[in-house]
Ligand binder design. Structure first.
Ligand code: NAP
Length: 284
């Protein structure tokens, strides 16, 4: 039995073990996914002592280790280096490779729902790890990308980082997350993405955008997946907009990690259903 870990702190509420173990079982693979709660000060030792043995195939990495883990790996795949964060490790005979599947997962979910994103005008709210991963992928494809963040300076540094990367084909601009900035940009926008925790359980009454700014021409993608239907998504539906839950991104980033570890096509539908079922059960 080979093992894959989720390394984070804390990790107890993660959906990943449920999702990956269901997928391993479905395909009859000899893998087991385990949660590992690792304090920041113990990350280096954990990586050195627990990750390089033959019994361990790899890991997912989550908050707060996605950036700091990079210093403990042997190689970062260019996509992870460009994003500046790793969410997946593959152990190749004791050599640890870092990947980032968050942006890929988000893009697959978005393209499946929206279609071809070339020419699209996109507003991305947030400038943390998730926004960095999604922003990198969007900046290769879309026409205009506005990044709005509570701390404006973080939006500015994310934008200058994205512009400095090769393959950036979009007009990328930063702004502070204010009603006025949202209002002026949303009128023309095709896609709105929330990459902040606003609206996540237990603060389900929160939303990054006032409901009167939403309109039928939008696709609204909330990376928050708990609850499945956030206040933002509910209000977007009421405004006639199309919506996309973060559970799709979660399943697709997980499927991409699964494929890196096993070399086998992931049962994506099953992974998505397992997450949705678990979240629905949580609500009862
Ligand atoms: P992070 O690195 O801590 O970044 C958090 C971002 O949210 C920052 O831009 C922060 O703004 C902003 N923010 C936090 N509290 C806020 C508030 N009260 N008002 C306005 N902005 C606020 O976290 P992350 O890793 O990017 O994750 C962000 C969210 O993405 C998570 O909560 C999760 O729901 C979602 N996510 C989903 C998936 C998925 O697979 N579906 C994967 C990864 C993440 P400041 O810079 O001003 O602090």
């Amino acid at each position: 039995m080979r093992r894959c870990y989720l390394i984070g702190y804390p990790v107890e509420h993660s959906m990943s073990a449920l999702m990956h173990n269901a997928a391993f079982e479905e395909l009859g693979l000899g893998y087991l996914y385990e949660l590992k709660s690792v304090r920041p000060e113990a990350l280096g030792r954990f990586t050195a002592d627990e990750m390089r043995g033959e019994a361990v195939r790899g890991a997912n990495v989550t908050i707060p280790h996605k950036v700091s883990i990079m210093g403990h790996l042997d190689e970062a795949y260019p996509e992870a280096a460009a994003i500046g964060a790793v969410n997946t490790i593959v152990n190749e005979g004791g050599w640890l490779k870092g990947y980032n599947t968050d942006g890929r997962g988000a893009m697959r979910a978005l393209e499946e729902t929206y279609g071809d994103l070339r020419g699209a005008k996109v507003i991305l709210v947030g400038a943390g790890g998730a926004a960095r991963a999604i922003g990198r992928h969007l900046s290769i494809v879309v026409d205009e990308l506005s990044i709005l963040n509570r701390t404006a300076s973080r939006a500015e540094s994310l934008v200058s980082g994205l512009k400095s990367l090769s393959g950036c084909n979009s007009t990328v601009t930063p702004a502070a997350l204010t009603r006025e900035n949202l209002k002026s940009r949303l009128v023309e926008a095709d896609v709105l993405i929330n990459a902040t925790p606003l609206g996540m359980t237990p603060d389900t009454d929160k939303s990054p955008v006032d409901s009167d700014l939403l309109h039928p021409g939008l696709l609204v993608f909330d990376t928050v997946y708990n609850p499945l239907k956030t206040r933002l998504l509910r209000e977007a539906e009421e405004a006639g907009a199309r919506t996309l839950t973060g559970a799709k991104m979660l399943a697709y980033q997980g499927a991409a990690s699964f494929e890196l570890w096993t070399g086998v096509r992931a049962p994506e539908e099953l992974m998505f259903e397992v997450v949705v079922d678990a979240l629905r059960r949580d609500r009862r």
